[in-house]
Design a protein around this ligand. Structure first.
Ligand code: NAP
Length: 322
């Protein structure tokens, strides 16, 4: 049972579990009034889903635009994924985000995939429209948008991607589409770096000019040169993610220098051990919250057809990461 109190114009919800801040009067009104028979439902499908930051980000965006929409968590175990997806249309659900562990498996249950989702074999957003389910991957475009926000473009740039997992592929694909001229995949397991290079080479777009795509093990001598010679370095590993925040950065700080942009997809903590080292070395840095906000903003625009209130979404996200 929740009760409301107001302290110095701040709104709080109280229960036996403690006190939780409600950001603004608008949020509070949204909580009380917005769920009705006419509410359009969206959400996030994951397993587990309890720690997702997306509900507050999207609900703040709906409230800011005065939309009678809601975003809720759907905890779906892997063996129930097909059943859950099949129910979206029947339940009137307008769209969902999809995250760990379902991003690859869900592609097989959809009617259509956008080109990025098709190439990557991974979906993070589903649009449900007139009974038809279309899968998108907004992770890579979200990263590129966050890079643009800090004044960096991929055009003609040499990029080093650290990692060869799902997010690495999405970011590498988007950076190639955005015009990177050289792309190095540096990964702890060299065989996975090579497999990713092969996949990226097959999809490289000739109209963007010739692209040099190479791979390396993280411990191989070539890794140092690939990172040092890159303009943009993107850490797509989970090294430095909470609670393991006091580990050494995934690449040696000595490989970094001014004139480079160093990005980390990990967003908790916001200033990872790699970003701290990069700042000490004079690099520009980009934290993972930018990608998280923008992948969500693109999904919001797919579902609503409205321009996403990016700053509102960022504020809601950062409030949870404090
Ligand atoms: P993933 O598919 O499991 O890939 C993990 C990658 O990290 C693999 O290449 C793995 O190397 C490497 N790795 C793991 N531990 C390592 C270590 N100790 N030293 C060196 N390399 C290591 O994971 P993912 O889905 O790509 O996610 C990676 C990170 O990105 C996570 O922290 C996730 O939270 C974050 N992420 C952020 C956003 C955002 O919006 N900001 C979106 C997606 C993901 P091996 O191949 O050798 O195992």
């Amino acid at each position: 049972m929740w009760q409301m109190s107001v302290e110095r114009t701040e709104y709080y919800l109280h229960s036996e579990k403690g006190k939780r801040a409600v950001n603004t009067r608008l949020d509070w009104q949204h909580w009380c009034e917005s769920i009705s028979g006419a509410t359009t439902v969206t959400g996030v499908v994951a397993w587990p889903v309890r720690h997702s930051l997306s509900p507050s980000m999207h609900n703040a965006a709906f409230a800011a635009l005065g939309l009678n929409w809601a975003y809720v968590p759907f905890p779906v175990p892997p063996e129930q994924l097909g059943t859950a997806v099949a129910a979206f249309s029947a339940m009137g659900i307008r769209g969902v985000n999809v995250t760990i562990p379902h991003k690859s498996a869900v592609a097989g249950f959809l009617d259509a995939l956008d080109p990025a989702a098709e190439i990557l074999g991974a979906v993070n957003t589903i649009d449900v429209c007139e009974g038809r389910l279309t899968g998108y991957n907004t992770d890579g475009p979200g990263f590129v948008a966050s890079m643009h926000e800090v004044g960096w473009s991929a055009v003609g740039r040499a990029v080093a991607i650290i990692g060869a997992g799902g997010s690495s592929r999405a970011v590498a694909h988007a950076l190639l589409m955005a015009g990177a001229s050289r792309l190095a995949v540096v990964n702890r397991t060299p065989e996975k770096a090579e497999a990713m290079v092969q996949m990226l080479t097959e999809i490289a777009v000739p109209e963007h000019g010739s692209v040099d795509i190479v791979g390396s093990g993280l411990d191989a001598p070539s890794a140092r040169d690939l990172v040092t010679e890159a303009d943009i370095i993107v850490d797509c590993t989970s090294v430095g993610m909470y609670p393991q925040v006091d580990v050494p950065p995934v690449v040696s700080p000595e490989w970094l220098h001014d004139g480079q942009l160093v990005a980390d997809l990990t967003y908790n903590p916001r200033l990872t051990v790699l970003l701290q080292a990069a700042q000490t070395r004079g690099c520009a840095t980009l934290e993972g919250t930018g990608m998280l906000v923008h992948q969500g903003a693109i999904a919001f625009e797919i579902w609503t057809g409205r321009k996403a209130p990016v700053e509102t979404m960022r504020k809601a996200l950062l409030a949870q990461l404090r």
